[in-house]
Design a protein around this ligand. Structure first.
Ligand code: SAH
Length: 230
């Protein structure tokens, strides 16, 4: 009888938790099969990928596909990045709880939410007002109080809050905008896709050590273009 009762409770628990978050299993599977398997090891990053509900960052009619390891359209010709790439870019900056991170290209706000799970402060800039104005209340509603969204051309960075421990750029630029290097802390890292729009680009890691800037090519990627205002 006792066993039956505990089985019943367990079943009830499973039903209730899947009712609360019907995508939990899909998210777990994505992290295990596509992110951990491909080499992401940082526990804070893996936990953040398990916690952030990607289905709440995509258009409603696309929710069922949110845990495929694919970029997805979010309107205005833009995309939410592929989860593996989000995890990889987050891991490569070696995020610490006391970090202040700048993101260029808020888009849906998904990458910002992943960062916000790990670091102290996230500043994120979006050039398409409609996207920034959707992402900001979305992040607030989800309880991410440590994310600040600004509608602007991210080329100029966000000087008021500089310097940053790390900068993540999620749109492909022809070159690394010099203001971003200026706004980076000594010892800080920038991860940025560099190359021509609509072609395969190279994900680059830029490190600032005193006056020395080192660059490293990481992998081929495809991002939407980094655009400029006016
Ligand atoms: N990080 C986003 C990915 C968005 S795609 C996410 O997790 O959903 C890249 C975004 O960069 C697009 O929304 C695009 O509008 C924006 N973008 C392109 N050029 C920009 C610029 N100069 N400044 C700020 N945002 C820019």
């Amino acid at each position: 009888m006792n066993i039956r009762l505990s089985t019943l409770f367990l079943l009830l628990f499973i039903i209730l938790s899947s009712w609360q978050d019907p995508y939990k299993q899909g998210r777990e599977a994505l992290v295990k099969n596509y992110i951990e398997k491909r080499g992401v090891k940082d526990n804070a990053v893996l936990n953040a990928m398990r916690n952030v509900k990607r289905h709440l960052f995509v258009p409603q009619n696309q929710m069922a596909n949110a845990y495929n390891d694919r970029p997805m359209p979010i309107g205005y010709g833009q995309t939410i990045s592929q989860p593996y790439i989000v995890a990889y870019m987050t891991e490569i900056i070696k995020p610490k709880p006391d970090f202040k991170v700048l993101e260029i290209g808020t888009g849906s706000g998904y990458q910002a939410a992943v960062l916000a799970e790990i670091v102290k402060e996230v500043y994120t800039i979006e050039i398409v007002p409609e996207l920034g104005n959707t992402a900001a209340p979305r992040l607030q509603k989800l309880g991410y109080k440590n994310v600040n969204v600004k509608i602007s051309d991210g080329y100029h960075g966000w000087k008021e809050h500089a310097p940053y421990d790390a900068i993540i750029v999620t749109a492909a630029a022809e070159f690394v905008p010099p203001p971003l290097i200026q706004q980076l802390k000594d010892g800080g890292k920038i991860v940025i896709p560099v190359g021509s729009p609509f072609m395969t680009q190279t994900l680059m890691l830029i490190e600032k050590k005193g006056k020395k800037i080192t660059t490293k090519s990481l992998m081929p990627v495809v991002f939407v273009p980094f655009t400029r205002k006016g």
